[in-house]
Design a protein around this ligand. Structure first.
Ligand SMILES: [Zn+2]
Length: 144
């Protein structure tokens, strides 16, 4: 089962559960997906969640994205525009969050424990998958 964020032509937002993407397409085409508020069948999917999917084979008419080049550009941008604070990332992020440090872009590494703490404090940060982490003893918690 998958959940989709849906929106009708009256602007009502609701969630729909479907067997898979094809089931949604089928039901939508037949007008079986209706708004629980106004019963409108003019329902579209809200792409609120960031997701990318590379396709192999079909969809050859779509422009190809060079993810490797894109990744390099992002990494370059971050390296040129963000202060490297290394393993002090969580501490620095907190300081900036609470105004104890000058607001600026920073990058660095953090442990799972520090990331949890940042989330609890409501500090916005973005994590690149595969970034290196400092070793943290006593944490066998890798729930990803
Ligand atoms: Zn509606």
């Amino acid at each position: 089962m998958i959940a989709y964020d849906l929106k009708c032509d009256q602007g009502h937002l609701f969630e729909g559960w479907f067997e898979d993407a094809d089931a949604f397409e089928n039901q939508q085409t037949k007008g079986l997906v209706t708004c629980p508020v106004c019963d409108s069948a003019a329902v579209t999917r809200q792409l609120s969640t960031f997701a990318i999917k590379t396709s192999t084979g079909s969809g050859a008419d779509r422009p190809k994205i060079d993810f490797e080049a894109l990744g390099r550009r992002i990494v370059n941008y971050v390296q040129n525009n963000f202060d490297d604070v290394g393993s002090d990332f969580a501490t620095e992020a907190l300081k900036i969050h609470y105004g104890a440090s000058e607001p600026r872009n920073i990058r660095g590494v953090s442990t799972d424990r520090e990331e949890r703490m940042l989330r609890e404090e409501g500090v916005p940060y973005f994590k690149f998958p595969g970034s290196s982490k400092p070793p943290e003893s006593g944490s066998g918690d890798d729930s990803s």
